[in-house]
Design a protein around this ligand. Structure first.
Ligand code: CP
Ligand code: NVA
Length: 328
């Protein structure tokens, strides 16, 4: 398998075999890291990390992975560069490609990262757009594979806002890997129709399936993985909080939802999560709407079924695999 020079913009661009290859590379790099085997073979290379939205996991994962591989990295924060304000994406791509061997981009529309890749002669990696979060998918698939030992046939139920980057990406990831994806939410928050049709066609070939349901009991019954994400994503206006809380509260991941899933079900979340009042926004929402938790209850988040921190660690190993596979 040779992915050298490829961009990593969305999982739709990759075959199931290529995705499995990236997971295998990640598992190998993780094992080497745990055993203290140095993997700094990319010495002399440098990567640029463009973040037009904030980040903890993705930024740290790219930085640590780059350092582990022996590379230098430069972080461009949401306010500190000329991108989009004084310099176009096309010009930025050509400037950075002259100095760096790879470029990570986190920001708004998918079309921006696609344009960056079109004008860049070095690989571009999508660190999250409004539509997709593909590096998160590799971490999630690795975590599920580590836990259950396989991916094909796994039933993953996504609850909450399924029409944004996480819902879209998980639907694609499940379709590609022959898994059964269920979006369990109110119809307004179902993923985009055209993307659902695309995923249904992929799933027909891989043995997976796509289900959209508003019924919590039916949607969670027998699930191996229950997944959720924040109800309001980065870049969305504060005004939507009230309707999101009202409309998505029935789809909160709580003990009843977990109890209705398979008895060995796990809970996953890309993080950050609102599971208590210990954050600024969480506390504000708690005060405004009289709630103490949102998309997931603290009980589920802190339970033995919750793999969220293993999942977060796997961001680093999988991002390292993406950089390694596309640069070597
Ligand atoms: N899951 C994720 O992408 O987290 P960050 O926003 O902290 O990068
Ligand atoms: N849907 C979330 C994912 C964060 C990792 C957002 O876009 O803010």
């Amino acid at each position: 398998m040779d992915l050298k020079g490829r961009d990593f913009l969305k999982l739709l661009d990759f075959t199931p075999e290529e995705i499995v290859y990236l997971l295998d590379v990640a598992a190998d790099l993780k094992d080497k890291k745990k055993r203290g085997v140095p993997m700094d073979t990319l010495r002399g290379k440098n990567v640029a990390l463009i973040f037009e939205k904030t980040s903890t996991r993705t930024r740290c994962a790219f930085e640590v992975a780059a350092h582990d591989l022996g590379m230098g990295c430069t972080y461009l924060d949401p306010t500190g560069s000329q991108i989009g304000k004084k310099e176009s994406i096309a010009d930025t791509a050509r400037v950075l490609a002259g100095m760096f061997e790879g470029i990570e981009y986190r920001g708004f529309e998918q079309s921006i990262v696609e344009e960056l890749a079109e004008y860049s002669k070095v690989p571009v990696w999508n660190g999250l757009t409004n539509e997709f979060h593909p590096t998160q998918m590799l971490a999630d698939l690795l975590t599920i594979r580590e836990h259950f030992g396989y991916l094909k046939g796994i039933k993953l139920t996504y609850m909450g806002d399924a029409r944004y980057n996480m819902g879209n990406s998980l639907m694609v990831a499940c379709a590609k890997m022959g898994m059964h994806f269920t979006a369990c939410t109110t119809a307004k928050y179902f993923p985009d129709k055209a993307l659902v049709e695309t995923c249904e066609k992929i799933a027909a070939k891989t043995g997976g399936s796509i289900t959209l349901t508003e019924d919590v009991d039916a949607g969670t019954a027998g699930a191996n993985v229950i997944y959720t994400d924040v109800w309001v994503s980065m870049g969305e206006p504060d005004e939507v909080w009230e309707e999101r809380i009202r409309e998505l509260s029935p789809y909160q991941v709580n003990k009843a939802a977990m109890d209705n899933a398979d008895e060995n079900a796990i809970f996953m979340h890309c993080l950050p999560a609102f599971h208590d009042l210990k954050t600024k926004i969480g506390a504000q929402m708690g005060e405004r709407f009289g709630i103490s938790e949102m998309e997931v209850t603290d009980e589920v988040f802190e339970s033995a079924q919750s793999l969220v921190f293993e999942e977060a660690e796997n961001r680093m190993h999988t991002i390292k695999a993406v950089m390694y596979a596309t640069l070597v």
